[in-house]
Design a protein around this ligand. Structure first.
Ligand code: ATP
Ligand code: MG
Length: 293
């Protein structure tokens, strides 16, 4: 079987995904070596609310693409914000590049569902925007220009540098958002449903582009999605989140060769497995809700 199922991680013993690579889990104090990002025992609750998620441990290895998959409202975006340092957890810790994360790192970058481009700046200026902010590493003007140029070329927009956001299609705008993230030369790219507002054909192009740039730029990516097919087509590993409060319920390593659609049977088998897991999750949630009611 080309897609391996991995035991549920982190919710009971905090060993995270170590087992999938045979390194042996060592609990919540596991060192962050070998991980671009490593979270242990994370919990979060909005002020005055019930916990959004509890007991979450997960890691992303350098150059790895991890898809965080789950139904609407299970806490994926909240978890991503905590992992990116935008929100502090109620409990647990996040290590990024081997150091505790207390604020967003200039070595990470985010892409959201909406491109959020500045309408008064052209493509090149949007891509370069923020590169000279105080928290960013100092770079020369020449390096700034080179990064913008390379990032725009990487997303296939060479020649569109002087266009303004109003003149871009949704797909082009998302390419600019991706280029803006790449220009920071991130070790880890956080992406929260970046293609869900795009039509099916553009979405497929962008999924291929994402895999391509992540591989060529030697970055890692954590992709939040509720689209099973997107997770299968893009990810090296799929982490399924669900329940209330949210937890990581299952994980799959995706060893299918790329392009993934070439192995239709493998994709279909994994899809069915994930659907069954989601169905089981729904049953558990419904039963729990009913027993509370
Ligand atoms: N700022 C906020 N204040 C209070 N509650 C919030 C806030 N943002 C989200 N929530 C709640 O936290 C829960 C998780 O929301 P979150 O946006 O993380 O889910 P999600 O899995 O990303 O959903 P979707 O797939 O729809 O984007 C939801 O019940 C939501 O209503
Ligand atoms: Mg969300």
């Amino acid at each position: 079987m080309s897609a391996g199922t991995i035991d549920a991680i982190g919710n009971t013993d905090g060993t995270g995904g170590d087992r999938d690579r045979g390194s042996g889990g060592s609990g919540a104090t596991a060192p962050a070596e070998g991980w671009a990002l490593r979270a242990d025992g994370l919990a979060f609750a909005y002020a005055g609310g019930t916990p959004t998620f509890t007991g979450i441990s997960l890691g992303v290895r350098p150059r790895e693409i991890v898809a965080l998959l789950g139904g609407s409202g299970c806490g994926k975006s909240t978890l991503l914000r905590v992992l990116a340092g935008l929100q502090p957890p109620s409990a647990g810790s996040v290590q990024f590049l081997g150091a505790p994360l207390t604020e967003p790192s200039p070595r990470s970058a985010l892409v959201f569902q909406q491109a959020s481009l500045l309408p008064w700046l052209n493509v090149a200026a949007n891509v370069g925007f923020g590169l000279d902010f105080a928290r960013q590493p100092k770079i020369t003007r020449q390096e700034h220009g080179r990064r913008v140029h390379d990032a725009i070329a990487a997303v296939g927009l060479a020649g569109s540098e002087k266009r303004y956001p109003a003149a871009l299609s949704g797909g082009m705008a998302q390419r600019v958002a991706l280029a803006r993230a790449l220009a920071r030369q991130p070790a880890l790219l956080f992406a929260d449903e970046p293609f869900s507002a795009l039509d099916a054909i553009t979405r497929a192009e962008m999924q291929t582009l994402l895999v391509d740039v992540v591989h060529r730029w030697h970055t890692a990516a954590l992709l939040v999605t509720h689209d099973i097919d997107e997770a299968i087509l893009v990810a090296d590993r799929i982490v399924l989140m669900g329940g209330r409060p949210g937890a990581i319920v299952r994980e799959w390593r995706v060893d299918l060769p790329r392009p993934r659609l070439a192995d239709g049977a493998g994709v279909a088998a994994l899809r069915l497995d994930i659907l069954a897991a989601l169905q089981g999750l729904r049953t558990i949630t419904t039963t729990t809700t009913e027993s509370i009611a």
